[in-house]
Design a protein around this ligand. Structure first.
Ligand SMILES: NC(=O)c1ccc[n+]([C@@H]2O[C@H](COP(=O)([O-])OP(=O)(O)OC[C@H]3O[C@@H](n4cnc5c(N)ncnc54)[C@H](OP(=O)(O)O)[C@@H]3O)[C@@H](O)[C@H]2O)c1
Length: 336
């Protein structure tokens, strides 16, 4: 791969920090690294490969000569600055929800739909973290049996809501144990020792935007608008990794040994197929793979299967997927 100038927008955030580690760990060929954050952080220094890099502010010309701009600073910043980055010549890989449903912007999980990258026009969207891990587990199911309907309940860690949410879980847990009032800035109903069926805002018909994202993004990535998706997205007092109980209604009867074989062959997926080796959030934390356990066919319906799907939301759910997209673009001779 040729060496690139890489920009990371939101470099001090939960995802941004992981992006730096992933770029380092995967030896992404970085010629120059430009790091951006809010005015609160401008001027501070961040370490990359032993070199201290000063954080900058977003401004006109910031992306000139940048090859890849990895955005992870919220949808508002992406809407404001991603078009500028593209105009200045960068290929943007955006972690926010700003462009995910734009038909001109590919929404990509490289192990599932890398071919969608062929049509990009400078901007590529990284899917929602809970969707990424689910579609990776669904891909072999779709390929073998077809998918009619997915019913999923998520158990999402607080790091999915960023650094402030992680700090709040720690402070709230201590406060509750010490009999003090817990902080409730990020989680207004409290998060310590609680499970909260509410992620992002309510958008109508009793559904939250996180649940809507799971439906819309799953259909786009699996390229099948006929798939029904019903999600209940739940925040749990776990720091890192999202877990999901996924029930899939298939078009054809499920052949379990064939599915196990296809899952073992699926890049990016790790199947734990004996009963008690099911994955836990803390074991998935720091891993690149999406881990599947508790895979079983409904005894009452051979066209229904259930599984437990766990992944590190900051890695495969965000930073790793973004870097893999950049790697795929570098590897394709005609791209970016
Ligand atoms: N967390 C996840 O699991 C996850 C997964 C997929 C996608 N995402 C998406 O990734 C994005 C970042 O999430 P996160 O969890 O990393 O959030 P976070 O921990 O709150 O970090 C936010 C980052 O954005 C920066 N920022 C805020 N305002 C800015 C401004 N005006 N100009 C430039 N930079 C600014 C912050 O800089 P300061 O430190 O200076 O405030 C920080 O680096 C969000 O769009 C989120 O939806 C997150």
């Amino acid at each position: 791969m040729r060496e690139s100038c890489v920009a990371v927008v939101g470099a001090t955030g939960a995802v941004g920090e992981e992006m730096l580690r992933v770029l380092e760990r995967r030896a992404f060929p970085v010629r120059e690294l430009r790091l951006f954050a809010s005015s609160r952080s401008v001027g501070k220094r961040v370490d990359f490969k032993g070199e201290a890099i000063t954080l900058r502010a977003l401004e006109s010309g910031a992306f000139r000569a940048v090859d890849f701009a990895l955005f992870s600073a919220g949808a508002e910043r992406s809407r404001a600055f991603a078009p500028q980055a593209v105009a200045e010549g960068a290929t943007v890989i955006d972690n926010s929800s700003a462009f995910r449903m734009d038909p001109d912007v590919p929404l990509v999980v490289p192990e599932v739909n890398a071919a969608a990258l062929e049509k990009h026009a400078g901007l590529i969207a990284n899917p929602n973290c809970s969707t990424i891990q689910m579609v990776l587990a669904l891909r072999p199911v779709r390929d073998l049996f077809g998918i009619r309907r997915v019913v999923v309940a998520t158990y999402q860690s607080v790091s999915g809501a960023g650094r402030r949410a992680m700090a709040e879980l720690e402070a709230a847990t201590r406060a509750r144990l010490e009999g003090r009032a817990e902080p409730r800035e990020v989680h207004p109903r409290g998060i310590a020792f609680e499970v909260v069926p509410h992620i992002d805002v309510f958008v109508g018909a009793g559904e939250t935007r996180e649940e809507l994202k799971m439906r819309n993004e799953t259909r786009r990535i699996l390229a099948d608008p006929s798939i029904d998706v019903v999600a209940t997205c739940v925040r749990v007092p776990v720091f890192r990794s999202h877990s999901e109980a996924v029930v899939v209604e298939t078009r054809d009867r499920v052949d379990l040994p064939a599915l196990q074989e296809a899952m073992r062959a699926q890049p990016g997926l790790l199947l734990r197929d004996s009963d008690e080796t099911y994955p836990l959030a803390r074991e998935a934390a720091g891993r690149d793979e999406v881990v599947v356990g508790r895979l079983r066919v409904d005894p009452d319906d051979p066209r229904t299967l259930a599984m437990w799907v766990v992944a590190d939301n900051l890695l495969k759910g965000a930073a790793l997927n973004a870097v893999q997209i950049a790697e795929a673009l570098c590897a394709a001779p005609t791209l970016p």
